[in-house]
Design a protein around this ligand. Structure first.
Ligand code: FES
Length: 180
């Protein structure tokens, strides 16, 4: 039985396309201004930019470097150091499958396989072509009692089975289909 621990769902579909080309730098300027253009605020700025675009587009990293008067290498260094940042576009739904010990021994691999199959990811592919889903594994999510655990955006699902997660994704896919 799926347990949703948090009902907060982040739906970026209407306001965010995930394509930086479609955005001006206006939003980035706003974010930089909110942080008073301080170099020390780089991580917060990157977090906000990623929330906005769902990833860190290359041209925006360069723009931030110029705006904060730091080298692009420094900005890239920070963006690639922290696992929370992605330099590639992420799907609207980011599915994180816990592969910590507790989840692993309780079948996280078969849950992961079921997810990848359901969203149609080829070997080595992380995000679907339509940017609907990104699937990745993470280490312990801190809810081992509910193993195996899966997060979809900010929502946590415990005691997952291949069947249960397939049903959940099916609902999301239908929701997206209806929205079109
Ligand atoms: S090992 Fe998966 S939540 Fe701890």
């Amino acid at each position: 039985m799926a347990k949703a621990l948090s009902m907060e769902t982040h739906d970026h579909s209407s306001e965010n396309t995930g394509n930086a080309q479609e955005h001006s730098f206006e939003k980035v300027n706003e974010i930089i201004a909110q942080h008073e253009g301080k170099k020390s605020q780089l991580i917060s700025i990157l977090q906000k930019v990623q929330e906005e675009y769902r990833y860190l587009p290359e041209e925006i990293l360069t723009y931030i470097a110029t705006a904060l008067d730091i080298s692009p290498a420094t900005v890239y260094g920070v963006a690639t150091f922290y696992a929370q940042f992605s330099l590639d576009p992420l799907g609207k739904y980011v599915i994180r499958v816990c592969d910590g010990t507790a989840c692993h021994v309780r079948g996280s691999q078969s849950v992961l396989d079921a997810i990848r199959k359901k969203v149609g990811l080829a070997d080595g592919q992380k995000t679907t072509k339509d940017l609907g889903f990104t699937v990745e594994t993470v280490s312990c999510l801190g809810a081992c009692g509910l193993a195996p655990v899966v997060m979809i955006n900010d929502e946590v699902y415990g005691s997952m089975t291949p069947e249960a997660i397939t049903e959940i994704i099916d609902t999301l896919q239908k929701r997206e289909g209806d929205a079109e």
